[in-house]
Design a protein around this ligand. Structure first.
Ligand code: NDP
Length: 336
Protein backbone atom coordinates (compact mmCIF):
# COMPACT_ATOMS: atom_id res chain seq x y z
CA UNK A 1 0.00 0.00 0.00
CA UNK A 2 1.08 3.58 -0.61
CA UNK A 3 0.67 6.65 1.59
CA UNK A 4 1.06 10.31 0.65
CA UNK A 5 2.45 12.48 3.46
CA UNK A 6 2.27 16.26 2.94
CA UNK A 7 4.91 18.51 4.51
CA UNK A 8 7.15 15.44 4.82
CA UNK A 9 10.16 17.43 6.04
CA UNK A 10 8.29 18.70 9.11
CA UNK A 11 9.08 17.65 12.68
CA UNK A 12 6.02 15.42 13.12
CA UNK A 13 5.85 14.32 9.48
CA UNK A 14 9.38 12.92 9.47
CA UNK A 15 8.33 10.55 12.29
CA UNK A 16 5.12 9.72 10.43
CA UNK A 17 7.11 8.84 7.30
CA UNK A 18 9.53 6.70 9.35
CA UNK A 19 6.71 4.78 10.99
CA UNK A 20 4.81 4.14 7.75
CA UNK A 21 8.02 2.86 6.12
CA UNK A 22 8.71 0.62 9.14
CA UNK A 23 5.23 -0.83 8.90
CA UNK A 24 5.73 -1.81 5.25
CA UNK A 25 4.08 1.04 3.34
CA UNK A 26 5.55 2.85 0.38
CA UNK A 27 5.68 6.56 1.13
CA UNK A 28 5.42 9.52 -1.22
CA UNK A 29 6.28 12.71 0.63
CA UNK A 30 5.54 16.22 -0.59
CA UNK A 31 7.78 19.15 0.33
CA UNK A 32 8.07 22.78 -0.71
CA UNK A 33 11.80 22.65 -1.25
CA UNK A 34 14.02 19.73 -2.19
CA UNK A 35 17.34 21.21 -1.00
CA UNK A 36 15.85 21.59 2.49
CA UNK A 37 14.70 17.98 2.41
CA UNK A 38 17.78 16.03 1.31
CA UNK A 39 18.09 14.71 4.87
CA UNK A 40 14.95 12.66 4.22
CA UNK A 41 16.48 11.04 1.14
CA UNK A 42 19.58 10.20 3.18
CA UNK A 43 17.73 8.97 6.21
CA UNK A 44 15.39 6.67 4.26
CA UNK A 45 17.76 5.65 1.42
CA UNK A 46 17.79 2.02 2.59
CA UNK A 47 14.10 1.77 1.64
CA UNK A 48 15.04 2.28 -2.03
CA UNK A 49 12.09 3.16 -4.24
CA UNK A 50 9.63 2.62 -1.38
CA UNK A 51 10.35 6.25 -0.49
CA UNK A 52 9.99 9.16 -2.90
CA UNK A 53 9.84 12.93 -2.56
CA UNK A 54 7.85 15.27 -4.78
CA UNK A 55 7.77 19.06 -4.73
CA UNK A 56 4.40 20.78 -4.30
CA UNK A 57 5.36 24.43 -4.21
CA UNK A 58 2.01 25.97 -3.34
CA UNK A 59 -0.47 23.78 -1.46
CA UNK A 60 -3.17 26.47 -1.66
CA UNK A 61 -3.45 26.25 -5.46
CA UNK A 62 -6.47 24.44 -6.89
CA UNK A 63 -5.42 21.02 -8.07
CA UNK A 64 -2.03 21.28 -6.32
CA UNK A 65 -2.20 17.61 -5.31
CA UNK A 66 -4.11 16.23 -8.32
CA UNK A 67 -1.11 14.45 -9.78
CA UNK A 68 0.84 13.44 -6.69
CA UNK A 69 -2.17 11.72 -5.17
CA UNK A 70 -2.37 9.25 -8.08
CA UNK A 71 -2.06 5.60 -7.00
CA UNK A 72 -2.18 6.42 -3.32
CA UNK A 73 -4.29 4.40 -0.81
CA UNK A 74 -3.92 6.63 2.23
CA UNK A 75 -3.39 10.39 2.47
CA UNK A 76 -1.86 12.04 5.55
CA UNK A 77 -2.08 15.83 5.50
CA UNK A 78 0.26 17.41 8.04
CA UNK A 79 1.51 20.48 6.13
CA UNK A 80 0.33 23.64 7.86
CA UNK A 81 2.22 26.60 9.29
CA UNK A 82 2.88 26.25 13.02
CA UNK A 83 4.36 29.32 14.68
CA UNK A 84 3.36 32.15 16.97
CA UNK A 85 4.79 34.95 14.85
CA UNK A 86 1.93 35.79 12.48
CA UNK A 87 0.79 39.38 12.36
CA UNK A 88 -1.83 38.93 9.64
CA UNK A 89 -4.43 36.17 10.27
CA UNK A 90 -4.41 35.18 6.60
CA UNK A 91 -0.73 34.31 6.83
CA UNK A 92 -1.78 31.14 8.68
CA UNK A 93 -5.47 30.73 7.90
CA UNK A 94 -5.11 30.67 4.11
CA UNK A 95 -2.50 27.87 3.90
CA UNK A 96 -4.19 25.93 6.73
CA UNK A 97 -7.68 26.02 5.23
CA UNK A 98 -6.88 26.07 1.50
CA UNK A 99 -4.19 23.41 1.95
CA UNK A 100 -6.79 21.16 3.56
CA UNK A 101 -9.56 21.72 1.02
CA UNK A 102 -7.07 21.42 -1.82
CA UNK A 103 -5.89 17.96 -0.77
CA UNK A 104 -9.47 16.81 -0.12
CA UNK A 105 -10.53 17.97 -3.60
CA UNK A 106 -7.68 15.98 -5.11
CA UNK A 107 -8.63 12.94 -2.99
CA UNK A 108 -12.18 13.30 -4.31
CA UNK A 109 -10.89 13.13 -7.89
CA UNK A 110 -8.99 9.95 -6.99
CA UNK A 111 -11.82 8.29 -5.11
CA UNK A 112 -11.23 4.98 -6.89
CA UNK A 113 -7.87 4.52 -5.19
CA UNK A 114 -7.89 6.60 -1.99
CA UNK A 115 -9.44 4.73 0.94
CA UNK A 116 -8.74 7.02 3.86
CA UNK A 117 -7.61 10.60 4.49
CA UNK A 118 -5.96 11.49 7.79
CA UNK A 119 -5.65 15.16 8.70
CA UNK A 120 -3.39 16.49 11.47
CA UNK A 121 -5.48 18.94 13.42
CA UNK A 122 -4.66 19.91 17.00
CA UNK A 123 -5.99 20.30 20.50
CA UNK A 124 -5.89 23.93 19.38
CA UNK A 125 -9.12 23.16 17.52
CA UNK A 126 -10.74 21.72 20.67
CA UNK A 127 -9.66 23.60 23.78
CA UNK A 128 -10.88 27.08 24.64
CA UNK A 129 -9.09 29.28 27.17
CA UNK A 130 -10.82 28.79 30.47
CA UNK A 131 -9.76 29.86 33.95
CA UNK A 132 -11.83 27.01 35.41
CA UNK A 133 -10.66 23.38 35.21
CA UNK A 134 -12.42 21.66 32.32
CA UNK A 135 -12.51 18.22 30.77
CA UNK A 136 -12.39 18.27 26.99
CA UNK A 137 -13.55 15.60 24.59
CA UNK A 138 -13.71 15.38 20.81
CA UNK A 139 -17.15 16.98 21.15
CA UNK A 140 -15.58 20.36 21.94
CA UNK A 141 -14.53 23.04 19.45
CA UNK A 142 -12.38 26.11 19.96
CA UNK A 143 -15.00 28.61 18.83
CA UNK A 144 -13.48 31.33 21.02
CA UNK A 145 -10.28 31.61 18.97
CA UNK A 146 -12.23 31.84 15.72
CA UNK A 147 -14.55 34.50 17.16
CA UNK A 148 -11.59 36.41 18.59
CA UNK A 149 -9.78 36.58 15.27
CA UNK A 150 -13.00 37.39 13.44
CA UNK A 151 -13.79 40.34 15.67
CA UNK A 152 -10.29 41.61 16.50
CA UNK A 153 -8.26 40.57 13.46
CA UNK A 154 -4.52 40.79 14.05
CA UNK A 155 -5.11 42.31 17.48
CA UNK A 156 -6.34 38.90 18.67
CA UNK A 157 -2.65 37.98 18.81
CA UNK A 158 -0.41 35.49 17.09
CA UNK A 159 -1.37 32.57 19.34
CA UNK A 160 -5.09 33.08 18.67
CA UNK A 161 -4.31 33.29 14.94
CA UNK A 162 -2.68 29.84 15.06
CA UNK A 163 -5.53 28.38 17.13
CA UNK A 164 -8.08 29.81 14.70
CA UNK A 165 -6.15 28.50 11.68
CA UNK A 166 -6.28 24.95 13.04
CA UNK A 167 -9.95 25.21 14.05
CA UNK A 168 -10.99 26.62 10.67
CA UNK A 169 -8.90 24.07 8.75
CA UNK A 170 -10.41 21.15 10.62
CA UNK A 171 -13.92 22.52 10.23
CA UNK A 172 -13.29 22.92 6.52
CA UNK A 173 -12.31 19.24 6.36
CA UNK A 174 -15.51 18.02 8.04
CA UNK A 175 -17.60 20.44 5.96
CA UNK A 176 -16.00 19.11 2.77
CA UNK A 177 -16.85 15.55 3.76
CA UNK A 178 -20.44 16.52 4.61
CA UNK A 179 -20.96 18.34 1.30
CA UNK A 180 -19.45 15.55 -0.82
CA UNK A 181 -20.83 12.67 1.23
CA UNK A 182 -22.55 10.97 -1.71
CA UNK A 183 -19.51 11.21 -4.01
CA UNK A 184 -16.65 10.05 -1.80
CA UNK A 185 -15.65 6.50 -1.06
CA UNK A 186 -12.87 7.30 1.41
CA UNK A 187 -13.41 8.43 4.95
CA UNK A 188 -11.74 11.05 7.11
CA UNK A 189 -9.85 10.63 10.37
CA UNK A 190 -8.59 13.67 12.26
CA UNK A 191 -5.82 13.47 14.86
CA UNK A 192 -5.80 16.17 17.58
CA UNK A 193 -2.48 16.34 19.47
CA UNK A 194 -1.53 18.93 22.11
CA UNK A 195 2.12 20.16 22.19
CA UNK A 196 4.29 17.51 20.58
CA UNK A 197 7.58 16.92 22.42
CA UNK A 198 10.53 14.66 21.70
CA UNK A 199 13.56 14.41 19.45
CA UNK A 200 13.53 15.47 15.83
CA UNK A 201 14.67 12.99 13.19
CA UNK A 202 16.16 15.73 11.06
CA UNK A 203 19.85 16.44 11.52
CA UNK A 204 19.25 20.18 11.17
CA UNK A 205 22.52 21.73 12.22
CA UNK A 206 21.40 24.56 14.42
CA UNK A 207 19.05 25.20 17.29
CA UNK A 208 17.28 27.82 15.18
CA UNK A 209 15.80 25.00 13.13
CA UNK A 210 13.83 23.36 15.94
CA UNK A 211 10.10 23.59 15.53
CA UNK A 212 7.70 25.59 17.68
CA UNK A 213 6.77 22.90 20.21
CA UNK A 214 10.36 21.74 20.84
CA UNK A 215 11.14 25.40 21.43
CA UNK A 216 8.75 25.41 24.40
CA UNK A 217 11.18 23.05 26.18
CA UNK A 218 14.28 24.80 24.87
CA UNK A 219 13.12 28.25 25.96
CA UNK A 220 12.23 26.93 29.42
CA UNK A 221 15.65 25.29 29.86
CA UNK A 222 17.52 28.37 28.67
CA UNK A 223 15.70 30.82 30.92
CA UNK A 224 13.58 32.59 28.32
CA UNK A 225 10.51 31.73 30.38
CA UNK A 226 10.51 33.19 33.88
CA UNK A 227 8.35 34.16 36.86
CA UNK A 228 4.64 33.48 36.58
CA UNK A 229 5.02 32.06 33.11
CA UNK A 230 6.71 29.04 34.70
CA UNK A 231 3.43 28.33 36.48
CA UNK A 232 1.64 28.07 33.14
CA UNK A 233 0.49 24.66 32.08
CA UNK A 234 -0.36 22.69 29.00
CA UNK A 235 -0.68 19.18 27.64
CA UNK A 236 1.85 17.27 25.59
CA UNK A 237 2.26 14.07 23.61
CA UNK A 238 5.44 12.25 22.65
CA UNK A 239 6.25 12.70 18.96
CA UNK A 240 6.56 8.93 18.54
CA UNK A 241 3.06 8.43 19.95
CA UNK A 242 1.58 11.21 17.81
CA UNK A 243 3.19 9.66 14.72
CA UNK A 244 2.04 6.16 15.65
CA UNK A 245 -1.52 7.49 15.91
CA UNK A 246 -1.24 8.69 12.30
CA UNK A 247 -0.25 5.16 11.22
CA UNK A 248 -2.84 3.27 13.28
CA UNK A 249 -5.48 5.66 11.95
CA UNK A 250 -4.93 4.11 8.52
CA UNK A 251 -5.93 0.61 9.70
CA UNK A 252 -8.42 1.15 12.49
CA UNK A 253 -11.74 0.56 10.76
CA UNK A 254 -13.86 2.27 13.41
CA UNK A 255 -11.66 5.39 13.35
CA UNK A 256 -13.37 6.49 10.10
CA UNK A 257 -15.34 9.70 10.59
CA UNK A 258 -13.75 10.44 13.98
CA UNK A 259 -11.58 13.14 15.49
CA UNK A 260 -9.19 11.64 18.01
CA UNK A 261 -7.28 13.36 20.83
CA UNK A 262 -3.83 11.87 21.51
CA UNK A 263 -1.91 12.94 24.59
CA UNK A 264 0.72 11.76 27.04
CA UNK A 265 -0.23 14.09 29.88
CA UNK A 266 -0.54 17.57 31.35
CA UNK A 267 2.58 19.53 32.38
CA UNK A 268 3.64 22.76 34.06
CA UNK A 269 6.62 24.63 32.62
CA UNK A 270 8.16 24.52 36.12
CA UNK A 271 8.00 20.70 35.87
CA UNK A 272 10.42 20.89 32.92
CA UNK A 273 12.94 22.65 35.17
CA UNK A 274 12.30 20.23 38.04
CA UNK A 275 12.95 17.13 35.90
CA UNK A 276 15.97 18.82 34.28
CA UNK A 277 17.42 19.29 37.79
CA UNK A 278 16.67 15.65 38.55
CA UNK A 279 18.52 14.67 35.36
CA UNK A 280 21.49 16.78 36.42
CA UNK A 281 21.43 18.95 33.30
CA UNK A 282 23.88 21.80 33.92
CA UNK A 283 23.10 25.52 33.94
CA UNK A 284 19.33 25.18 33.94
CA UNK A 285 17.38 27.82 35.90
CA UNK A 286 15.67 26.48 39.00
CA UNK A 287 12.51 28.59 39.02
CA UNK A 288 10.64 27.75 42.22
CA UNK A 289 11.03 23.97 42.54
CA UNK A 290 7.85 22.07 43.34
CA UNK A 291 5.79 25.27 43.30
CA UNK A 292 3.10 23.91 41.00
CA UNK A 293 2.26 20.93 43.17
CA UNK A 294 -0.97 22.45 44.52
CA UNK A 295 -2.15 24.20 41.35
CA UNK A 296 -5.11 22.38 39.81
CA UNK A 297 -4.77 21.04 36.29
CA UNK A 298 -6.89 23.31 34.10
CA UNK A 299 -7.14 21.20 30.97
CA UNK A 300 -7.94 17.52 31.14
CA UNK A 301 -8.03 15.87 27.74
CA UNK A 302 -10.12 12.74 27.56
CA UNK A 303 -8.40 9.95 25.66
CA UNK A 304 -11.04 7.26 25.56
CA UNK A 305 -11.20 7.35 21.77
CA UNK A 306 -7.44 6.97 21.31
CA UNK A 307 -7.53 3.97 23.60
CA UNK A 308 -10.61 2.35 22.10
CA UNK A 309 -10.12 3.11 18.43
CA UNK A 310 -6.31 3.18 18.08
CA UNK A 311 -5.36 1.07 21.09
CA UNK A 312 -3.00 3.87 22.14
CA UNK A 313 -2.44 3.71 25.87
CA UNK A 314 1.19 4.72 26.28
CA UNK A 315 1.94 7.33 28.89
CA UNK A 316 5.50 8.67 28.73
CA UNK A 317 6.89 10.44 31.80
CA UNK A 318 7.89 14.05 31.21
CA UNK A 319 11.41 13.34 32.52
CA UNK A 320 12.04 10.91 29.64
CA UNK A 321 10.98 13.33 26.94
CA UNK A 322 13.02 16.18 28.48
CA UNK A 323 16.04 13.85 28.56
CA UNK A 324 15.58 12.92 24.89
CA UNK A 325 15.00 16.55 23.92
CA UNK A 326 18.19 17.70 25.63
CA UNK A 327 20.18 15.07 23.69
CA UNK A 328 18.63 16.42 20.49
CA UNK A 329 19.43 20.03 21.46
CA UNK A 330 23.03 19.06 22.30
CA UNK A 331 23.46 17.69 18.79
CA UNK A 332 22.53 21.19 17.60
CA UNK A 333 25.01 23.01 19.77
CA UNK A 334 23.13 23.40 23.07
CA UNK A 335 25.63 23.33 25.91
CA UNK A 336 23.32 24.02 28.85
P1 NDP B 1 6.89 21.94 11.37
O1 NDP B 1 7.01 23.41 11.36
O2 NDP B 1 8.07 21.13 11.79
O3 NDP B 1 6.40 21.41 9.97
C1 NDP B 1 5.40 22.04 9.27
C2 NDP B 1 5.31 21.47 7.87
O4 NDP B 1 4.28 22.17 7.16
C3 NDP B 1 6.60 21.66 7.07
O5 NDP B 1 6.73 20.65 6.14
C4 NDP B 1 6.33 22.99 6.37
O6 NDP B 1 7.06 23.16 5.17
C5 NDP B 1 4.86 22.84 6.06
N1 NDP B 1 4.27 24.17 5.85
C6 NDP B 1 4.25 25.19 6.72
N2 NDP B 1 3.67 26.27 6.15
C7 NDP B 1 3.35 25.92 4.90
C8 NDP B 1 2.74 26.59 3.82
N3 NDP B 1 2.34 27.86 3.92
N4 NDP B 1 2.59 25.93 2.66
C9 NDP B 1 3.01 24.65 2.56
N5 NDP B 1 3.59 23.95 3.53
C10 NDP B 1 3.75 24.58 4.70
O7 NDP B 1 5.63 21.65 12.32
P2 NDP B 1 5.14 20.38 13.10
O8 NDP B 1 5.74 19.15 12.59
O9 NDP B 1 5.24 20.70 14.53
O10 NDP B 1 3.58 20.40 12.75
C11 NDP B 1 3.03 19.55 11.77
C12 NDP B 1 1.52 19.57 11.87
O11 NDP B 1 1.14 19.16 13.18
C13 NDP B 1 0.88 20.93 11.64
O12 NDP B 1 -0.33 20.72 10.98
C14 NDP B 1 0.63 21.43 13.06
O13 NDP B 1 -0.42 22.36 13.11
C15 NDP B 1 0.25 20.12 13.73
N6 NDP B 1 0.41 20.11 15.17
C16 NDP B 1 1.65 20.29 15.72
C17 NDP B 1 1.81 20.27 17.09
C18 NDP B 1 3.13 20.44 17.72
O14 NDP B 1 3.19 20.65 18.94
N7 NDP B 1 4.24 20.34 16.99
C19 NDP B 1 0.65 20.06 17.98
C20 NDP B 1 -0.60 19.84 17.29
C21 NDP B 1 -0.70 19.88 15.94
P3 NDP B 1 8.37 24.10 5.12
O15 NDP B 1 9.43 23.36 5.90
O16 NDP B 1 8.65 24.22 3.69
O17 NDP B 1 7.99 25.39 5.77
Amino acid sequence: AKVLVTGANGYLATWVVAKYLESGYSVRGTVRSLPKSTFLKDRFSHYGDRFELIVVEDITKDGAFDEVIGGVDVVVHTASPFHFKATDPEELITPAVRGTTSILSSALKHRNTVKRVIVTSSVAAIREDSPQPRIYTEGNWNNAAVEGVKTKGSAAGSAAIYLASKTLAERAAWDFVAVHKSEISWDLVVINPPFIFGPSLSPAPTIDDINTSQREIYDTLTGARTGERLQNQGNWVHVAVAAEAHVRAAHAVRAGGQRIIVRSGPFFYQDILDVAAELGIPNVPRGVPGSTRDIPVITTLQTTKAEELLNLTQVTPLIDVVDESVEDFKARGYRG
